[in-house]
Design a protein around this ligand. Structure first.
Ligand code: R5P
Length: 274
C-alpha cells in the first residue's frame, strides 16, 4: 500500500503515510503555460491511498487525471469543496457535490472525508466515511478557560462536541446569510463579558461569518475572541479581515494546509484506513 500525495495535501499525506507505516509514491505534477495540468506516477503498488483536498477546480482536475492512471484506490479528501452547493437553490442549478460524488465514486472503492459541510452533501455519496475533527478542536482547548460559540444554529451540534471534549461552556449566535460574502448576525444576550471566547465553525471561507460574530461578541464585552475551524479555506484575504476585526488567533486543522493548521487530522484518518 502506498500513499499518493496531491498538491493540495502534501504534509497531511506524509503524516498519514507515517501513521500507516508506509511511504509516499513519487508523483510528478506539472502545469503547462495555458494552465492545463499533467500527472505522472512512478512505481507500482497493489493498493493506493490518494490524499487530496478539493479546495479549487485544479484540485479536482488532479483527481480526474490520477483516476486515469491509478486503480484500486482508497480516496481521502480531507476538505471536500463544492459541498455547499448541496441542493438546487434556484431552478436549473447543478448540484455540485452530487456531480463530484458520481465522479469520485466511479473511481475509488472507499472515500474518507472530514466534516463535510452538511448531511445533504453527505447524502449524495454511497461509500463515504465522514470523520469528525471537532473532538480534536475540543482537545486543543481542554483545561482552558474559554467559552465556545457557534456562529449559527446549524453548527451548534458540532460546537457542542468540541465543548464537551474541552469541558468548557458553549452558546450560539443566529446568523442569516444574505449572499456569498455577506451575513447578518442578530443581537442576542449572552454571558461572555470578560471571557475568552472561541468562535468554532466547520469552514472559514471569506471570513464574513467570523467577522460579524466577533463584532457582536466584542459589543457584549468579550475579553478576547479567537477562531477555530476544521477547514481554513481563507479566501480573499480572509485572514487579514479576521485580524483587523480583532481576532486574537486562528486555529485550524491540516485539511486545508496553511500557517494556521495547528491540529492534524492524520491520526483519525489513518485509524479509519487501517
Ligand atoms: C456555513 O454554513 C458554514 O458553517 C460557515 O459558517 C461558512 O461557510 C463560513 O463562510 P464565510 O467564512 O464565507 O462566512
Amino acid at each position: 500500500m502506498k500513499v499518493v500525495p496531491c498538491p493540495s495535501s502534501p504534509l497531511l499525506a506524509k503524516r498519514i503515510a507515517e501513521e500507516l507505516g508506509t511511504t509516499l509514491t513519487t508523483v510528478n505534477y506539472k502545469k503547462f503555460p495555458d494552465g492545463e495540468l499533467y500527472v505522472r506516477v512512478d512505481g507500482k503498488s497493489d493498493e493506493y491511498i490518494v490524499v487530496g483536498s478539493i479546495n479549487s477546480s485544479d484540485d479536482l482536475a488532479v483527481l480526474l487525471l490520477l483516476s486515469d492512471v491509478l486503480e484500486d484506490v482508497k480516496l481521502v479528501v480531507p476538505y471536500m469543496g463544492y459541498a455547499r452547493q448541496d441542493k438546487v437553490f434556484i431552478e436549473g442549478e447543478s448540484v455540485s457535490i452530487r456531480a463530484l460524488a458520481k465522479l469520485l465514486e466511479s473511481w475509488a472503492s472507499e472515500i474518507i472525508t472530514v466534516n463535510i459541510h452538511s448531511k445533504e452533501a453527505e447524502s449524495h455519496f454511497r461509500k463515504l466515511k465522514n470523520l469528525d475533527a471537532m473532538p480534536l478542536i475540543g482537545e486543543r482547548y481542554s483545561n482552558k478557560d474559554v467559552v465556545m460559540v457557534s456562529p449559527d444554529r446549524g453548527s451548534l451540534e458540532r460546537v457542542k462536541v468540541a465543548a464537551e471534549v474541552s469541558g468548557c461552556e458553549y452558546d450560539y449566535l443566529e446568523k442569516t446569510r444574505i449572499d456569498a460574502t455577506t451575513v447578518e448576525i442578530k443581537p442576542k444576550e449572552m454571558d461572555v463579558e470578560g471571557k475568552n471566547v472561541v468562535i468554532v465553525d466547520d469552514i472559514i471561507s471569506t471570513g464574513g461569518t467570523v467577522v460579524e460574530a466577533t463584532k457582536k461578541l466584542m459589543q457584549l464585552g468579550a475579553k478576547s475572541v479567537e477562531a477555530a475551524c476544521v477547514h481554513a479555506v481563507l479566501a480573499d484575504f480572509a485572514a487579514i479581515k479576521l485580524f483587523c476585526a480583532g481576532i486574537r488567533d486562528i486555529i485550524a486543522t491540516d485539511t486545508v494546509e496553511g500557517v494556521f493548521s495547528k491540529i492534524s487530522v492524520a491520526g483519525i484518518i489513518a485509524k479509519n484506513l487501517r
